[in-house]
Design a protein around this ligand. Structure first.
Ligand SMILES: [Zn+2]
Length: 579
């Protein structure tokens, strides 16, 4: 059931496209619009433009683009009707839909569960938990921001309170555990930290034990919760991250909260130290630089170092803070204050220095075997470094470390480096700028009106790929409404023409269009019609008419040749200029 166009346009007119996209991507003002890193390809430079005024976005890196609904569909991987219904709900336009999506249902359940935990914390049963939070430096004023809560010591509060959803759904969400004698609440007598997605919706929980083991318990992997694709605290930190283009990466929930309480608002938690590519991509949407602040044991772990390399090879600047033995950011701030933590962050080592120090501590460089191993381990890292200056620095440091000449170190490290295969980026090509494209761009930007050209050019004069866009423009639709009727490729083209930098003035573009677009197709059609009329005139022995038709045909042939030659010359001219 296609949603009525009026519905779609009403929803779009009420939506704030900049606010919507900002939920996922940090946007900064640029020219007359906003710019940000495209979430749909690996984007090192902000390639995505968003126009509040036009209600459009376009990525000039990968070619994706469209209206607010298209963005929401792509980033949430939703079919059109679902995206429309959800956005409709937000702006108060009801859109009828068949069945509610199972994921929305699960999200609402989790949201309600977080609400129950929050109530528990404020109830009589939550007294001890409240005290524990205050003692740890989390006053009541911050509880609702972080949506902190408490799970009761019993076995079945959640099981009973949410029984209407059925045990199966609750087990699937990781809220209940399936035991031998039935199901029971997973989280019991724990301080609850809801884990929110980028948009700030709960997708899972971390629970810290009031007593007993394990000290920390997480939601298991569920349809909503995948630890490797989330960063704890991102929804609170992303604004500051985007402003400073940097993040502090810590391990646990309390590390994040303590840093936020200490006014270090760009801290997020990796929930474990083995960083994933998905987490690197997430960070890359908001920042250029990351300072990693794990405790010493975790930072030295091989899996951690691999994770740091993932960040580095994603193009992020990585520095590593070395915390005093036995401290994590949470304990450091509580024992020594925010200034001590800030000093550690300021003194963080560039990743390659940290990495080399790590290597040196793990290999006995007084032995030949130790030196060889160190070189072997450095090689993949070294060959992955793009900067010649940095490579030189690494060569020099290794040379000092193992007592081999810089030249020999370089030779050793460069061996097999030719095996490195550069990442292949598949990028859609931007449409070629021609007369039609210029005209569409000006019309979409409302720099010219359809009436300015309609005497000379009709919808049919546009090529197949552009006819749907032209039809919308001829009907006087604004850009955002017009996209409603386009298919995906059409929307991509329209957002490109509307937002791409334009290097032509309106007068020239209109002149070109009148000269090249209207003419040829029209002549061709008239010539075809003439053949019929000439035959008819001759059959009717209407020789006057026959003669005038022949004259018209001859004139049209001349005009056709002239225009063809003109276009041909222009094409050659373009080629010469392009060469
Ligand atoms: Zn892109």
């Amino acid at each position: 059931m296609p949603a009525p166009r009026d519905h779609v346009n009403e929803i779009k007119s009420r939506l704030d496209i900049v606010a919507l996209i900002s939920r996922y991507v940090a946007l900064i003002p640029s020219g007359s619009g906003m710019k940000g890193r495209c979430p749909f390809h690996k984007d090192d430079t902000p390639s995505m433009t968003v126009s509040q005024e036009k209600g459009l976005w376009h990525c000039f890196g990968c070619g994706e683009g469209g209206d607010a609904i298209a963005f929401f569909m792509k980033i949430e991987r939703l079919p059109f009707v679902d995206a429309l219904r959800l956005l409709g709900e937000e702006v108060g336009v009801a859109v009828a839909s068949a069945a509610p999506r199972i994921e929305d249902h699960l999200r609402r359940v989790l949201d309600d569960v977080a609400g129950v935990y929050a109530e528990n914390l404020r109830s009589d049963a939550g007294r001890k938990a409240r005290q524990a939070l205050v003692d740890r430096g989390y006053p009541e004023s911050c509880w609702s921001t972080y949506r902190l809560g408490y799970s009761l010591p019993g076995w079945d509060q959640i099981k009973r309170a949410f029984s209407r959803h059925g045990d199966e759904a609750l087990v699937k969400l990781g809220l209940l555990v399936q035991g031998k004698k039935g199901t029971y609440d997973r989280f019991r007598d724990r301080i609850m930290f809801p884990i929110l997605d980028t948009a700030g919706r709960p997708v899972g929980f971390g629970g810290r034990a009031m007593s007993g083991e394990p000290k920390y318990l997480n939601s298991p992997q569920t349809p909503l919760f995948d630890k490797g694709r989330l960063l704890y605290g991102l929804s609170w930190a992303k604004e500051r991250m985007a402003q400073t283009r940097s993040a502090v990466l810590v391990e646990g929930y309390t590390d994040v909260l303590t840093l936020h309480q200490a006014q270090i608002h760009h801290a997020v938690g990796s929930m474990g130290t083995a960083l994933t590519q998905a987490q690197a991509d997430l960070l890359q949407r908001f920042v250029d630089d990351v300072v990693i602040a794990y405790d010493q044991d975790a930072a030295g772990d091989a899996a951690t170092v691999r994770g740091m390399q993932i960040l580095r090879s994603s193009g992020l600047g990585v520095r590593v803070a070395s915390l005093p033995e036995g401290e994590d950011p949470d304990t450091l701030v509580r024992r020594h204050g925010a200034e001590a933590m800030q000093a550690m962050l300021d003194a963080a080592l560039p990743f390659h220095d940290f990495y080399l120090a790590q290597l040196a501590s793990r290999h006995d460089v007084s032995t030949v075997r130790g030196k060889e191993r160190l070189l072997e381990e450095t090689r993949p890292f070294y060959t992955g470094v793009d900067s010649a200056v940095l490579r030189q620095d690494i060569e020099r440091k290794i040379s000092e470390l193992i007592g081999l000449s810089v030249e020999s170190v370089r030779r050793e490290l460069a061996r097999r480096s030719s095996l490195r295969i550069d990442e292949v980026r598949s990028e859609r090509e931007d449409p070629h700028w021609g007369v039609e494209e210029h005209l569409l761009a000006l019309l979409l930007r409302e720099e010219i009106r359809w009436q300015d050209i309609s005497d000379h050019i009709g919808v049919d004069d546009f090529s197949e790929a552009h006819r749907a866009i032209a039809t919308g423009l001829a009907a006087g639709l604004p850009a955002s409404d017009l996209l409603t009727d386009l298919d995906e490729e059409g929307a991509r083209r329209a957002s490109f023409y509307a937002l791409a930098p334009l290097r032509i003035d309106a007068a020239t573009a209109v002149e070109d269009a009148k000269r090249w677009m209207g003419g040829l197709p029209r002549i061709a059609r008239r010539l075809e019609a003439l053949e019929q009329e000439i035959r008819a005139a001759s059959q009717a022995q209407d020789w006057n008419r026959w003669e005038s038709l022949l004259r018209e045909k001859e004139e049209l042939r001349m005009a056709w040749k002239q225009q063809r030659r003109g276009i041909h010359e222009q094409e050659q001219d373009d080629q010469t200029r392009g060469a």
